[in-house]
Design a protein. Structure first.
Length: 317
């Protein structure tokens, strides 16, 4: 993958001084780790609808009918910004289908993904989503979206980046003339990665792909496949699922390895299963055997390198 991956981001996370207080929330993981691999497209929805910086803090307010509005201030002179923000968000999100991911600013009434404070007569609850991000997720339900706060979690961070790379590769496939062979080859490359994320959904996706010819067009099939693929990958890969995948890969080398080598690999996989070794340890040994005893199917599996190793995302698993 030579060209950089297009990823949306809240402008304040890039260090732009666009927040209500005139400051920013520069997100080091994005700007230092991801930046060499992605092309960020920055946006501050609040600035985009004409608000200045600094500006009064905005609030999400729920009325008696359950509708949520974005307002300035607390008193009778506050301003309802909902129509402006909704109109902007609807129009802008229609232009974002080329993105492979989006990093939003946590707790923001425009950009927060979850647990944004919503006020009503009874006080407030952290159960809302920012108006822009809500529209983004409504229009592009397959798009990986995460908050800066949640991306401090190693598992959520790894999951997000894996989804971004997967969607980027699939979007590239959509830009070419679609063929049944191309779609089958893509699915084949991702089988082990999908198995690590959800065994039940993996078993359902196979028959869906096999029935590709029953669809009215390959384009319609591909769009539905994208929905199912990205929904499946949004499940965080678990240690038991990874162990299952590692044991599956181990089986490809049984006839090549000595009893001592087989035992060493099995013990390493079991050490990972029990939590005393990181995922990188058995994967490194398997990749060593893949180089020594090449297998065409294993060699193409994205599971072994779903993103650049330089991101070091599997060190903490």
């Amino acid at each position: 993958m030579s060209n950089k991956i297009p990823v949306g981001i809240s402008a304040c996370l890039m260090g732009e001084q666009v927040r209500f207080d005139g400051g920013h929330r520069r997100f080091a993981f994005a700007m230092e780790d991801l930046a060499p691999f992605v092309r960020f497209e920055a946006l501050c929805p609040e600035m985009a609808i004409g608000l200045p910086t600094p500006r009064p803090a905005l609030r999400l307010v729920k009325d008696e009918q359950g509708h949520i509005a974005m307002r300035t201030g607390k008193g009778p002179d506050d301003t309802d910004l909902t129509p402006a923000m909704q109109a902007f968000s609807t129009a802008r999100c229609r232009q974002l289908g080329h993105l492979s991911g989006y990093i939003v600013c946590a707790k923001s009434p425009s950009c927060g993904m979850e647990r944004v404070r919503v006020y009503d007569r009874g006080g407030s609850q952290k159960n809302g989503a920012g108006l822009f991000t809500r529209e983004l997720m409504r229009q592009l339900p397959w798009l990986p979206v995460e908050e800066d706060g949640r991306l401090h979690d190693p598992q959520l961070r790894e999951n997000f980046v894996a989804r971004v790379y997967t969607l980027f590769e699939f979007n590239q496939l959509l830009q070419q003339p679609l063929t049944r062979g191309g779609l089958m080859a893509f699915h084949s490359r991702y089988k082990l990665l999908l198995l690590a994320h959800s065994q039940p959904e993996y078993r359902l996706l196979g028959p869906f792909v096999a029935a590709m010819d029953r669809w009215e067009s390959l384009e319609l099939f591909a769009l539905e496949y994208r929905n199912r693929l990205m929904a499946m990958l949004s499940n965080t890969a678990t240690r038991p699922n990874h162990t299952n995948v590692l044991m599956h890969a181990q089986g490809y080398f049984r006839r090549h390895l000595t009893p001592k080598q087989r035992q060493e690999l099995a013990l390493l996989i079991d050490s990972y299963r029990q939590g005393s070794q990181p995922l990188l340890a058995p994967i490194t040994l398997l990749k060593h055997y893949m180089a020594e005893y090449p297998d065409a199917w294993l060699a193409q599996q994205r599971y072994f390198e779903p993103y650049p190793e330089a991101l070091r995302l599997r060190y903490g698993h």
